[in-house]
Design a protein around this ligand. Structure first.
Ligand SMILES: O=C(O)c1cc(C(=O)O)oc(=O)c1
Length: 307
């Protein structure tokens, strides 16, 4: 059956037939940032969306997980689904307990709905401040939501661009929960790793022990590449110093995810196997790799099973 949605012009579909990673992730590794899209004819995309993606189903996500050698997923609500979390919840419910979720909710959500989501495996809400992806939700509404999810033991995931951190600082540092930053706060990697902009991000994490970071998305942040395609062994070199600095400074507060199916990439779609091969460049020892891929995500998403 064809989907009733037409993809955004120029949309790049996820990479079919990814290579087998050479880097073998530790047993029990968690892909802590990935999405499902639809399928659109079962889980329609939201009217307020800023893009219309290809389909990326839970079956396809779980097949990728197995292919790459991961054990678990954290599925993050994609903005194309707005605050309708049905596709995500369906994925969690069909994961045999091997997926947790981060949802988007509005002020009208009931306590009953939050409890049901918790039961399904949801452990966080996502607040998005990237202008091309969402119309902003007022900060007082977000703070109210944060106050309501805190007693459930959930955390807040924030997505923003590095230039906006100064303006968002007071709001972020007032959040009452663990706070997880998507994609390292999107640094401009043409600026120095010890320059003013990235220092502010490091200070954000250093001064606030409740702040964690995903060291994900080199394929989005890289300017000079080369892309993770055609067996490239040295992909996204320009991102390495940034991610490595965060991993080595805050080894117990970092997470890694594929970001599959990679929404809104414009110039290439990475081979996910080669993306996994990027990990040992940013987490250079077995101990750092185990924290990044197993211990940290387990502590945050499966604390009842964590060592
Ligand atoms: O940079 C992006 O375009 C992007 C979009 C989304 C989303 O639409 O939810 O999620 C991400 O993690 C990254």
């Amino acid at each position: 059956m064809g989907t009733k949605f037409e993809k955004t012009p120029g949309w790049l579909d996820w990479y079919p037939g990814p290579s087998k990673p050479r880097f073998q992730v530790p047993p029990g590794s968690v892909d802590a940032h990935c999405h499902v899209f639809g399928p659109g004819d079962r889980f329609p995309f939201a009217p307020e969306r800023k893009y219309t993606p290809c389909d990326a189903s839970r079956e396809q996500l779980f097949a990728l997980r197995d292919h790459l050698g991961f054990a678990r997923n954290v599925v993050v609500q994609a903005t194309c689904h707005g605050a309708d979390n049905s596709a995500l919840l369906d994925a969690l419910q069909h994961s045999g307990g091997m997926a947790r979720g981060v949802v988007t909710v509005r002020r009208g959500i009931t306590d009953r709905e939050l409890r049901d989501m918790h039961e399904a495996g949801v452990r966080g809400v996502r607040f998005n401040f990237v202008r091309r992806l969402v119309d902003f939700t007022p900060k007082d509404e977000l703070m109210e939501i944060a106050g309501r999810i805190a007693p459930l033991g959930w955390h807040v995931v924030i997505y923003f661009e590095a230039v906006d951190l100064p303006e968002l600082w007071d709001f972020f540092t007032a959040l009452p929960t663990t706070v997880v930053v998507d994609h390292m706060g999107r640094p401009d990697v043409t600026k120095p790793v010890d320059g003013e902009e990235f220092e502010l991000f490091v200070k954000f994490m250093r001064d606030h022990p409740n702040v964690w970071s995903k060291v994900s998305c080199p394929e989005r942040l890289s300017v000079s590449g080369p892309p993770a395609l055609h067996g490239e062994r040295n992909a996204y070199r320009d991102v390495v110093p940034f991610a490595r600095r965060i991993v080595e400074t805050f080894p117990d507060r970092v997470l890694w995810g594929t970001d599959w199916p990679h929404p809104n990439l414009k110039n290439h779609m990475p081979d996910d196997g080669l993306l996994v091969d990027f990990i040992p460049h940013i987490a250079v020892s077995p101990e750092l790799q185990r924290k990044l891929l197993v211990d940290n995500p387990m502590r945050l998403y499966w604390p009842e099973e964590a060592r």
